[in-house]
Design a binder for this molecule. Structure first.
Ligand SMILES: [Zn+2]
Length: 117
């Protein structure tokens, strides 16, 4: 008898928990619906920070990337295929690009499995 009433108590408790949880979720989803436009705007801003055009392909011509001909490029330390002639943010991992010489950028790319001209 004791076990049965205990199980009943647990069952009731679970039902209350589920009702409370689902009510909470409904409240949450209403909240996130109203906040959704703001979140989307933030996402768009993040995209602007990471310029996908600086992700280079396997046949990249490193010398041509140095448009100001100063001998330096900006390369992501994590993604060697991300190279820019200007400081910036890696669109793949969000890290700040590191200043490297043309030779260093080429060496990194070769290590990365690229064919460098
Ligand atoms: Zn990166």
């Amino acid at each position: 008898m004791n076990t049965k009433s205990f199980l009943k108590f647990i069952l009731n408790f679970l039902v209350i928990l589920i009702i409370t949880a689902s009510a909470g979720q409904t409240g949450c989803s209403k909240d996130s619906n109203t906040k959704a436009p703001a979140a989307q705007t933030q996402h768009a801003e993040k995209k602007d920070a990471g310029d996908l055009s600086i992700v280079r392909d396997k046949n990249v011509d490193v010398d041509s990337l140095d448009q100001n001909k100063n001998g330096y490029l900006y390369q992501c330390a994590m993604d060697y295929d991300v190279i820019s002639d200007k400081p910036g943010i890696c669109p793949k991992c969000g890290m700040e690009l590191k200043e490297v010489t043309l030779a260093q950028a080429k060496k990194n790319l070769i290590d990365y499995g690229f064919q460098v001209k």
